[in-house]
Design a protein around this ligand. Structure first.
Ligand code: PSU
Ligand code: MN
Length: 293
């Protein structure tokens, strides 16, 4: 059921680092066309970091680890959003399934991949328990031996509550040269991390030790290089706009992201692109450091 691309198999045989990449952000996180471009640039960034990319999604009845550029082209806005619960149905039903971080983690667990890069993790929605929405990304991360590199969690979530839940689940939050969990677009203002790391080799050593202790996932949180410190009021307006338009559930993230891109004159889009690619680069460096150890 899982098809692993030849290049990824070869990399693993050779003991090289492999970094998994998700496809929900490709299909639903960027305007049409931009997502594919960001996906290909992320793959290049993983290579630049010294590892081999494995972009994951469901296609033609298979769970694919290492989509080709041509296959990636089929992940447009019509793709199904596939979390851990949706993998089996999407593959049996022959859907184009764009895997979330949680869905991708489930595949990594089945295939034994140890590193994943993304933009922002899902988490606890603002206003919990109404809506009673907590991303399956968190449970999947706790249950999988993997290190995920992100710029914290999605900007429209309750970041402090998500940080607390990660602690409850026993997931270390490592700050990449920072003491605070980044707020996706903004580098500052988040809750404290559980440990600060200064190098890719140090992050790799902590992950290795965590797994030797029989523990599961870790988050390595990298702040965006260019911090947008004035975006929070816009996020609040975007969320209000979504509520007023009757948008809820899975449709909220794409709606608010598109709204932010428009209202910020493209600044959030540029920032989002840069941070996704930067995280892929760092994940490549950590995976390479782990492979060299
Ligand atoms: N962060 C973004 N854009 C996205 C996502 C995260 O800036 O599109 C996606 C990721 O794939 C993440 C998913 O795993 O949203 C979480 O969705 P939910 O909250 O419905 O679990
Ligand atoms: Mn959700």
């Amino acid at each position: 059921m899982i098809r692993v691309a030849e290049e990824v198999q070869e990399a693993r045989r050779a003991g090289r680092g492999v970094v998994a990449l998700e496809t929900t952000l490709v299909a639903h996180g960027f305007p049409p066309g931009d997502g594919i471009e960001v996906a290909l640039a992320s793959e290049q960034a993983v290579r630049g970091g010294g590892a081999v990319p494995a972009t994951i999604g469901v296609l033609d009845g298979e769970v694919v680890v290492g989509l080709s550029a041509e296959e990636l082209g089929r992940f447009d806005a019509s793709a199904r959003k596939v979390g851990p619960r949706d993998l089996a149905a999407a593959s049996v039903q022959g859907a184009v399934g764009a895997t979330t971080v949680g869905g991708t983690l489930a595949v990594c667990r089945a295939a034994g991949l140890l590193f994943l890069a993304t933009g922002g993790l899902g988490g606890v929605h603002r206003g919990w328990p109404s809506p009673p929405d907590v991303s399956a990304d968190l449970g999947a991360l706790a249950a999988t031996q993997i290190l995920v590199v992100s710029s914290g969690v999605k900007s429209l979530l309750d970041v402090p509550a998500t940080g607390e839940l990660l602690e409850t689940l026993g997931v270390p939050v490592l700050g990449w040269r920072t003491d605070a969990l980044p707020l996706f677009y903004a580098a500052r203002g988040g809750p404290p991390v559980s440990a600060r790391v200064e190098s890719a080799a140090e992050a790799a050593r902590i992950a290795e030790a965590h797994w030797k202790l029989g523990r599961g996932g870790l988050l390595l949180a990298r702040p965006p290089e260019e911090s947008l410190d004035d975006v929070e009021p816009l996020i609040e307006r975007g969320l209000a706009e979504a509520a007023a338009s009757g948008v809820h559930g899975q449709a909220v993230t794409p709606f608010v992201l598109a709204w932010l891109h428009r209202e910020s004159g493209g600044r959030t889009l540029r920032a989002n692109r840069e941070l996704v690619i930067g995280n892929a680069r760092l994940a490549g460096e950590v995976a390479a450091a782990a492979a060299a150890a």
